[in-house]
Design a protein around this ligand. Sequence first.
Ligand code: SF4
Length: 340
Amino acid sequence: MDFEALTGITPTDDERQLLQLYSRCTLCPNRCAVDRLAGETGLCASTAVPLISFCGLHRGEEPPVSGKKGAGMVFFNGCSLHCRYCQNSQISLSGTDSPGVPTDIPTLVSLMLALQEQGAHCLNLVTSSHFLPTVIIALKRARRQGLKLPVVYNTSGFETVEALRLIDPLVDLYLIDVKTLDKSVATAFCGGSAYPDVIVPAMEYLRSTHPRTFMRKGHLYGILVRHLVFPGTLEATMSFLDWYAAGYKYRCYLSLMVQFVPPDGDKTLPELTREQYDRLMNRLDELEIDDGFYQEYGEDAGFEAERMWIPDFNRDQPFAPGFADPLPLFLNLRKNSRRN
Ligand code: SF4
């Protein structure tokens, strides 16, 4: 295997061992066993070469993640989970032929360092678990070259414990979805019934390695659980809140989101009503879930109002106006990759 041609580095023995994980890939619970080093793709639709669809500052995350200037985002193409209404479906469903810049390891390191120079509040790696070997190698190399930003691992939660064990020493904050614990909701919205069986052990593992979540100098460390209310599934969210309160409320922060938007404009799905929203808020109170964030009703709810948040990765600036600044280095890479 010509690792240098594929990754842009001459790997050390440890790095080579990591890269070999692509050769019969079981990096996520799909366990496709395809050879991504040879250009094969599994369910994440990605070879061993990451495509990056956006890199820059973004101010739309939770306050301690965005900070004042914005989180330093790196959006990776492809995804191992195929949620039916993914807001990033333009890049998540197809890893190889959607808008994105093929990125080797030295380039990824340069992007990380450039985000730091630009004043990013943290390094926020969005859906990178199917590129775990590359990300681990790049992070370690970037640290050696002066990267000091806290690392946020932004994940759907569709993770194996083995994979989490590999990345865990490098992560300061998990921004992890707990989409549902209900198999029928998972089947309807998360691409299959497997999700609840995966997220529970993943969260148990993270709880064992990050027993508490805390703020320090404007940064959050530990675990920030994101839960989005899917249409017509309020009872499943109530069950999730019970589970969260029983095992996690003193150890994690919760971000409760109500801004579900079907990217295809499907109007048959029921929107969250004011009465349902109030029930949710009451439940948070009853369960004494205090640490975290929740979206307001009205301002943030409603399919039409929310459509502006669906990014268009065909543009240099995919997000709502004023919310993100692409990194100049990334724009150059994007321009060059279009030429080639
Ligand atoms: S990372 Fe991709 S190829 Fe590997 S097991 Fe998961 S979906 Fe399959």
